[in-house]
Ligand binder design. Structure first.
Ligand SMILES: Cc1ncc(COP(=O)(O)O)c(C=O)c1O
Length: 351
């Protein structure tokens, strides 16, 4: 008899934990493949064409991860010892194992922002043509949605201002759009409109879109021909990658629109926690599938440990902070379980 499905584990650590759907597994099993390093894998080529179409760019390149997409982009846009301007909590500078410095050989200048949107006039002040003493600014990176600003959508008009300031000074823009489709789902603005704010844009097929592996880097065809070289050099050239690309095609076809369901659940978590006391939430930042919560009395490490005993997986992102992420593999029952657990914790912390 079919009854309600109760997940043994409710996993709110990240949307990276999503598993491929049955439709993806079927597509993977049936994928037509060839050698993609030689440029002949038909399923990978189809995925790249679809990524380019959806972002309004000339071409796209399939890479194994979001980290590699950013690294290939930075390496291809810049030369060693140039400077890259990024937001102070940008994933590319803070959470990609230092690859931007150690592998792309560039310096980073990080700037403050309003919920992930850097100030265009501040970027303009820091852009440098370079001289004998000072590195040239080779690239500006923006992030959409902004992970460590609570999944906030970075507004289109602000991104356009940044692009215009950069282009007026001859500096290209790369968008780390790992969760760009969450921004699209949240606002109704097209992927092509967001992508038009940057010369190149990368997005993940894994995370909320549930493919097991892979990201696309999209941009001008000439740029991507050079990016292929960078990907190969980093060991990211894959042979029968059509097996993975097949899941990516299903991800783009089936999984983008449902992201709004994740956003509704994240909002439910944020609203309830904000009303509980003991949890500080920036409700205005909760626009997509991520909720950052500051614990005013409870110890996050203890909460994570107690939650795990109840089959709820959480991720402490700082000494006083937990991040909750909603995705395809958590449902309304899981959210109810999480909230019941946190209500109990909040009650226990009261004097
Ligand atoms: C904004 C952002 N960019 C890039 C990445 C890198 O993706 P991956 O770790 O899957 O390579 C992440 C991962 O969480 C991310 O949040």
């Amino acid at each position: 008899m079919d009854g309600p499905v109760t997940h043994a584990v409710a996993d709110f650590r990240s949307d990276t934990v999503t598993r491929p759907t049955p439709a993806m597994r079927k597509a993977m099993a049936e994928a037509e493949v060839d050698d993609d390093v030689l440029g002949h894998d038909p399923t990978t080529l189809a995925l790249e064409m679809e990524g380019a179409r959806l972002t309004g760019k000339e071409a796209a390149l399939f890479v194994p991860s979001g980290v590699m997409a950013n690294l290939v982009a930075v390496t291809t846009h810049t030369r060693p010892a140039e400077e890259v301007i990024l937001e102070e909590w940008a994933h590319t500078s803070r959470f990609e194992s230092g690859g931007i410095g150690s592998l792309a050989h560039v310096l980073t200048r990080t700037l403050r922002s309003n919920r992930g949107l850097m100030y265009a006039d501040e970027i303009a002040r820091w852009i440098s043509p370079g001289n004998e003493h000072t590195p040239r600014t080779g690239l500006v990176c923006v992030e959409q949605t902004h992970n460590f600003h609570g999944g906030a959508v970075v507004p289109l008009d602000g991104l356009r201002k940044i692009r215009d300031v950069c282009h007026a000074r001859g500096v290209p823009v790369h968008m780390d759009g790992a969760r760009m489709w969450n921004a699209v789902a949240a606002t109704g603005i097209s992927g092509a409109d967001y992508a038009a704010c940057a010369d190149t844009v990368s997005f993940c097929l894994s995370k909320g879109l549930c493919a097991p592996v892979g990201s696309l880097l999209c941009g001008p065809a000439e740029f991507l021909a050079r990016a292929r070289f960078a990907r190969k050099r980093l060991g990211g050239g894959m042979r029968q990658s059509g097996i993975l690309a097949a899941a990516g095609l299903v991800a783009l076809r089936d999984m983008r629109e449902r992201l709004t369901e994740d956003h509704v659940r994240a909002r439910r978590i944020a609203d309830r926690l904000a009303s509980l006391g003991g949890f500080a939430v920036d409700l205005a930042a909760v626009q997509t599938n991520i909720v950052f919560v500051r614990l005013e009395k409870l110890d996050p490490a203890r909460v994570v440990e107690a939650a795990a005993k109840d089959g709820i997986l959480l991720y402490a992102t700082g000494p006083q902070q937990i991040r909750f992420v909603t995705h395809h593999d958590v449902d309304d029952d899981d959210v109810a379980r999480l909230l019941a657990f946190l209500e109990k914790q909040a009650l226990g912390s009261r004097p």
